[in-house]
Ligand binder design. Sequence first.
Ligand code: GUN
Ligand code: ZN
Length: 474
Amino acid sequence: MTGGNGAIRGAFFDFVDDPWKHVGNEQVASRFFADGLLVVKDGIIEDFGPYEEVSKRNAGVDITHIKNRLIMPGFIDGHIHFPQIRVLGAYGHQLLDWLQSWIFPEETKYRDRDYATEAAQHFFRALLAGGTTTCQAFTTSFPVTTEVFFDEAAKRNMRVIAGLTGIDRFAPDDYIISADDFYKSSKALIEKYHRKGRNLYAITPRFAVGCTEAMMDRCSQLKKEHSDLWINTHISENPTEVRQVKEYYPDCCDYTEVHEKHGLLGPKFTAGHGVWLTNDEFRRFSKAGAAVSFCPLSNLFLGSGLFRIGRATDPEHRVRLSLGSDMGGGNALSPIRVLEEAYKVGMCNNTMLDGSVNPREQDVAEAERNKLSSYRAFYLATLGGAHSLYLDDLLGNFDKGKEADFVAIDWSAGQDAMAWHQSLTADASPNTVEEAAQLLFGVMACGDDRNIDETWIAGTRLYKKGEPDVMPAM
Ligand code: GUN
Ligand code: ZN
C-alpha cells in the first residue's frame, strides 16, 4: 500500500461493541480475522473482512502483507500535555506543587515558536512509537503553542483535538492569560484550525483552580458560539485540588457543578482523572453524555489516587471513558504502559471491594467490572476512546468509511523472555480470538513501546521500529 491507497493483509483485531455490556462473553464485542484484508482508498477504509472474501471483491489491489503481527486500530490518548514532553517523570511532588515547581516553568518556554517546534518533533515521534494515532492534547496559554501543535499534526495528517489553555490564576504572571485575551485568541485559532484537515478544536479551561468565574464565562460563551467544539479539562484529580475548588466556587455543591453551571458538561466534554468523583457526579456525567479520561500512569505517579473503573462502568450509569497518558504527570506516552497501570488500579480497587478489608464494602458486581481484561483494555484504547470523544463516526475500528489509522503489534517483542512467555499461548500467529486476546494480555501486562512495530496514519506508514522518521507526502 502506498500513499493511502492499496490493501493490508494480516491478522486483524478490533471492536464492534463495548465489552462491559457482555460480562462473561466479552469476545462478542470484538472482531478477529486470523487472515484478513483491509482495503484503503485515499486514506479511508473501503473494504474489510476475511482475506478469502475481500480479495475476490478487490482483484488487482496492491497488497502489503504484514506477517506475524496483530493489526489493531491506532490507539487514542484522551488526555495528554504536548508541552510536558521534556519534563515527564519529575521527582517528588503531588499535583499542585508539581505544577508550580516543574510544569509552569517548562511550559513558559513554549511562548517561543522554535522551542515549541523542536518539542513537537519529539512529541509526535514518541506518540507514533507508542502506537498513538489520535490524541486530545493540552497546549499552553500562548497561542503560538497551539499553532505549532496543529501545524505539526497536520504535517503528519493525524486526527487530533487541542486548544489554547485557559488559566487566569494559580500560575506565574508571565504564564496566565486574561479571560478576554483567552477569548480573542481562541476565536482566531478556531477560525484558523477547527476542521481544517484532521484538526479539531477544544475549548480548554485548564482546571477550576486555575480558572476564575470570568474565564469559565468566556468558555461558556465560546461553546454557545461554536456548539461543534470539544471541551477538554481536568476534574477531581487530587484531594487538595478538590477542596480548593469548593473554596473558589462556594455556590457549587461539588466540582462537577462548576461545569454544569457554565453549560459545559455534555457531549464532547472530557475531564481528565475524576479520581475523587462521587457516585452522584458519575451519574451526572453519564446522563449528560460527558466523558472522563482515566489516567492511571499519572494518578499513580503523582499519587492522586485510584480511579474507580468499576463504578464508572456501572451499566445503569455508564460513563464514557477514554484512556489518557496525561504525560508529563504520566511518566510515559505509551498506551500499552497506560493499560498495564490501569489493570493494576482495577486490582487494587478490588482489594477494597472483595470484602477482605471491610465485609460491608463488598460489591461483587463492581469488582467484576474493575477487572481489565484485554478486551476491555484494548476497547478503551481504540473504539471506546473514540466513542468517549465523539469520534467513533470517524475512527476507532475497521468499519468501512473510517479513517485508516492502525498499528502492527509484535506480541513477542520487549523484555528478554517475552517470546518464551508468549509461546505459552501461541507458537505462531493466533488462530482464534481467544488466542489473540491472550497474546494481547501478555502485551499489556509485560510490554511497552517495543511491541509497536509499525504505526500507520490514513493508510501511510509513518513509523517502523528501528527506522528513521517518515513524513507523508502532502
Ligand atoms: N491540572 C491542571 N493542570 C494539570 C496538568 O498539567 N497536569 C495534571 N495532571 N493535572 C493538571
Ligand atoms: Zn492533565
